[in-house]
Design a protein around this ligand. Structure first.
Ligand SMILES: [Zn+2]
Length: 422
């Protein structure tokens, strides 16, 4: 059944206009309210209270819950409890979210009402519904559910939201991190209440560095500060996990300094299998300089690379010259395209943008610039630092450092021989 069918059923049940019901239902669903919860909410709105409990929930072990389980009753320990605000029908609505576990497994939840859940509580949740969220079943409970304290149970999972940055994944909620603010800037965005200031930057601890956004700027978040942030959630941003601090997060300054580790050294395969990684270091051979490298032209409005003065979005434009390299790096496990900006490209080219223009003018062919770059890098080993994103077109590394590997192959071969001899 689609939203239209549900709206039709609901409208005839409630005896109200279908178009109106459909609009309300669509609004709720667009704001990620599960369909069953949305329907219950509309029944309440139109004064039809009693009919929600008709589906008779059954007691379930968490391991047995699937997306089609319908309504269930579970007894579980609260592992994490996060808070977030969403808006529908013009009203802000505070929801709780996190993870629950029993002896058999764990499951994410969304609480559409305030139940005062705290990590470590054991509760029985009556008449929760199950929906699928990012391929996994998720427990939803709200006004038509009951939450009561139960006898403590032991679960084979960590209780509480404390995590190192390397252990955060998109979709995590109710997490607590202790980190150093290594970069921060104030930005103005067009938010749902008009222009709003937010903070964005980078957090680091010994395990990793990750981008963050603070949607409700906390004064404690200053460049160089070591902080503890409680109740943050994690989203994917350009292929890497991003820490989100909200109005419900608490942030305090730590009286110790959090040490920030260097980039994470990974093989290309490890990095690609993570589906994206922030601040990684890869070591491999450049096997090719791809088309679209060297002297290129960009649209002055959107920055896209243009061919023959034509931008895909803006048509004929007065294109601007730029330099970049797209180098295929191979470490024997997998390949990745390292994308170098103008500064890094000038380094590997050994000249400026103006030098590149002149070389192209003399040759009457701008591809000579890419050829010169290729001569300098293909077949050599580089240590490359940057942020990896993976999409359907492949793996790209937004490069921040690009340096020929220090370890000279002859010295390495010698060390290897000594090892063999020993
Ligand atoms: Zn354009």
């Amino acid at each position: 059944m689609n939203v239209d069918d549900h709206a039709e059923d609901l409208a005839s049940d409630l005896g109200v206009d279908k178009a109106e019901v459909k609009e309300n239902l669509q609004n709720l669903v667009e704001y990620s309210v599960p369909l069953e919860e949305a329907k219950r909410s509309l029944r309440r709105k139109y004064g039809d209270e009693g009919s929600s409990a008709s589906e008779g929930p059954t007691a379930a072990d968490i391991a047995d819950i699937g997306p089609d389980s319908g309504n269930v009753t579970v007894t579980a320990k609260v592992l994490t409890a996060g808070t977030r605000s969403i808006r529908y029908q013009g009203d802000d609505h505070v929801i709780g979210e996190g993870e629950l576990a029993d002896e058999t497994g764990r499951i994410s939840y969304t609480a559409w009402e305030e139940f005062g859940l705290e990590p470590g509580d054991t509760v029985t949740i009556g008449n929760a519904s199950v929906r699928e969220w990012e391929g996994q079943p998720e427990l939803n409970f709200g006004e038509s559910s009951t939450v009561t304290k139960a006898d403590d149970i032991d679960v084979p999972y960590e209780v509480g939201g404390d995590r190192g940055l390397a252990d955060l994944s998109p979709g995590d909620r109710g997490r607590n991190v202790e980190a150093k603010v290594t970069e921060v800037e104030t930005r103005t965005i067009d938010g749902r209440d008009g222009e709003t200031e937010i903070l964005s930057g980078v957090l680091g601890d010994e395990s990793a560095r990750l981008p963050f956004t603070d949607w409700d700027p906390h004064a404690e978040i200053e460049s160089g500060a070591s902080i503890r942030a409680e109740d943050v959630y994690v989203r994917e941003f350009r292929g890497v996990p991003s820490v989100n601090v909200s109005e419900f997060s608490t942030v305090e300054r730590l009286d110790r300094e959090v040490a920030v580790g260097g980039p994470t050294r990974l093989t290309v395969r490890e990095a690609v299998e993570r589906g994206g990684a922030y601040d990684v270091e890869l070591v491999g051979n450049v096997i090719e300089v791809r088309d679209g490298s060297g002297l290129i032209q960009r649209c002055p409005q959107c920055g896209r690379v243009v061919q023959k003065g034509q931008c895909r979005q803006h048509g004929e434009v007065d294109a601007e010259d730029d330099l970049r390299v797209k180098a295929i790096l191979d470490d024997g496990t997998e390949t990745v395209t390292a994308v170098l900006d103008r500064d890094l490209t000038e380094d590997v080219y050994g000249g400026t943008l103006e030098d590149a223009r002149e070389q192209a003018r003399e040759a009457m062919d701008q591809s000579v610039v890419a050829e010169t770059i290729a001569e300098g890098v293909v077949g050599r080993e580089f240590t490359v630092r940057g942020h990896l994103s993976v999409d359907e077109y492949g793996a790209n590394l937004e490069t921040i450092d690009f340096a020929e590997s220090d370890d000279d192959p002859a010295a390495r071969a010698e060390a290897f021989l000594q090892e063999v001899d020993a």
